[in-house]
Design a protein around this ligand. Sequence first.
Ligand code: HEC
Length: 139
Amino acid sequence: MSGNATVRRRLGPALALALCMPPASAQAPVSLSRDVQPILDRYCVACHLYESPQGGLLLEAGDTHVATVDVPSTQAPLPRVAPGDPERSYLVHKLRGTQLQVGGSGAPMPFNADTGTSGLATDERRLIEAWIRAGAPDN
Ligand code: HEC
């Protein structure tokens, strides 16, 4: 009996911790306006702006959702953003530099004529992917 109590005492904190940790789906949702748009503002809007959107793509605040979610890419047989599915989202492939492997074209994004490489940090890319995986809400 006392053995069981010891086990319970030992498991108690671990169990409490496990119960406190929400499943992935219950975590604070990634927000387009709060989390994703600032990344786009910093790396993308210089070219994907209202006046002359490069690649025909607008990524300014207020335009991003309607310009990407379920909108066909002009370069590849994929939507720019497929809600819930980063692997089918052409924008993600442009960030990863895998655009040619999915039938696309052009340079990795954010386009950098000097280096030819993407300047996005891995955690910033993961945040965009998390937003897409959560269904790409307009939030
Ligand atoms: C220096 C200018 C520049 C910057 C900065 C830039 N882009 Fe682009 N983007 C372009 C150009 C030019 C094209 C079309 C040619 C190409 O794809 O290489 C393009 C095309 C694209 C396309 C393809 C559009 C389609 O319909 O398939 C996506 C997606 C894209 N950019 C996303 C981004 C994202 C996301 C960022 C920021 C992380 C970004 N770009 C930053 C210039 C830029």
